[in-house]
Write a protein that binds this ligand. Structure first.
Ligand code: ACO
Length: 389
């Protein structure tokens, strides 16, 4: 929502600006188009619905990074490169074993990615080859890091990647130690496609701002992970699960949601800076949540989610507050058997492709981001000696 604010500075000058930079054009991009009024999302010209139905995460990642759908050969080589870089370097894994196993998983992921940057010899080079190489390595290794974080939290040994499996299937395998069935692997694959890219959201913008200083890719991605972690951004999927657990059962949904709305509390997984109708990703995820509820025979979380959606539509739908991508991804991840602590890290496993595409695009025609603010502080204060304060 664009909220214009008018302020008068201490010199009497009037300024108008958009809070949270809503609607502000920061630069140009060819990666993603969102029509918030009509609920449309396209990656490089292709509607998200088509990619969710026909593509894979690997193919979508290639498309985001390089701007063209890969040929069979290009895709095969890309997948081979990703598989080559799936393993966590032994020295990094050793350090991971020393990290507190009760730390926030996104903070651990952020720290591990930052650590990996220390082992990247040419990380201050910004050639297309070096940058895309580093981005591909990060896409490849993210699932292994996230799975290892989860296994170590559970007091278990990390599971080494299995190169016979796809990116999504391998993530489930490394988390659970069991090879998933084709349907579970495909559902996660679709989740990864849907979360891979979303224009100038907070974490992507963060990655572009950071790389615009011509620092290294690892610094940009580390900062982006920190940004994604927040409950107003990627962290909302965990918030949704907390909400569902807080409500407890279907019968309590109406009372709890209405009470929260009356007290002006935010309902996690609802509302979006750009979408004022149903987020197209939520629409797709809602169908997967429904199907998984049927398959597992555990209707509770899907039924509660649908009820919340219905109440929110009735109560605040006219204000453009609808489910966003995080809302149904929470119940989908629950049905896939993931622990709550890695919901947001799984988002990062996907979004690293979008961040990578934006980092590469930013570097192609870089200009340092350096906006300004309206100064509202004092302008003529005298310095007072510390002894007089
Ligand atoms: N529940 C209840 N009310 C809401 C919600 C919500 N989820 N979202 C917005 N509103 C209300 C606000 O209270 C505010 O009301 P007011 O005008 O009476 O004060 C109004 O709608 C505008 O809200 P803002 O927060 O100013 O709008 P903004 O565009 O900044 O918000 C945001 C976008 C941050 C996503 C917001 O909708 C929110 O906090 N949602 C919950 C967290 C969430 O799900 N985040 C994930 C977003 S998707 C993603 O990042 C992957």
């Amino acid at each position: 929502m664009v909220k214009k604010r008018e302020v008068i500075d201490k010199s009497g000058n009037k300024h108008s600006f958009s809070e949270g930079m809503a609607g502000v054009i920061a630069t140009t991009s060819e990666i993603c188009f969102i029509n918030g009024a009509e609920g449309k999302l396209i990656y490089r010209g292709v509607p998200i619905e088509d990619l969710a139905e026909k593509s894979t995460f690997e193919e979508t990642s290639y498309f985001l990074l390089y701007g063209e759908l890969p040929t069979q050969k290009e895709l095969h080589e890309f997948e081979k490169r990703l598989k080559k870089h799936r393993a966590i370097p032994a020295t990094v894994l050793d350090v991971m074993k020393q990290m507190p196993d009760d730390a926030n998983t996104m903070q651990t992921l952020r720290t591990v990615v930052s650590l990996m940057g220390l082992y990247e010899p040419k990380n201050d080079e910004h050639s297309v080859k070096e940058t895309s190489g580093e981005v591909e390595k990060l896409i490849a290794v993210f699932p292994t890091i996230v799975a290892a974080i989860q296994r170590l939290r559970e007091g278990k040994e990390p599971v080494a990647p299995d190169n016979s499996l796809s990116h999504a299937a391998n993530l489930i395998y490394m988390v659970t130690g069991e090879k998933p069935d084709d349907y579970a692997a495909r559902v996660l694959d679709v989740c990864l496609i849907l979360h891979a890219e979303h224009g100038f959201n907070a974490s992507t913008f963060t990655s572009r701002v950071v790389i615009s200083t011509l620092t290294d890719v690892y610094s940009a991605v580390t900062a982006a992970i920190g940004s994604l972690r927040g409950p107003l951004h990627g962290g909302a999927n965990e918030g949704v699960m907390h909400l569902l657990d807080e409500i407890g059962d279907l019968e309590s949904v109406e009372k709890v949601i209405k009470n929260k709305l009356e007290t002006k509390a935010k309902i996690m997984g609802f509302g979006h800076r750009v979408y004022k109708v149903l987020d197209p990703r939520a629409k797709i995820l809602s169908q997967y949540s429904k199907r998984l509820a049927e398959i597992t025979g555990k209707q509770k979380y899907y039924a509660m989610s649908k009820k919340i959606e219905e109440i929110m539509k009735r109560e605040v739908g006219d204000r453009g507050i609808y489910p966003n991508v995080d809302f149904f991804s929470a119940s989908v991840y629950h049905y896939l058997g993931f622990s709550l602590e890695i919901y947001t890290p799984i988002f990062a496993v996907s979004r690293i492709s979008g961040w990578g595409a934006h980092i590469m695009e930013q570097l192609r025609e870089n200009r340092l981001f350096r906006p300004t603010s309206v100064y509202l502080g004092d302008i003529d204060r005298k310095y007072m000696a510390i002894s007089d304060r």
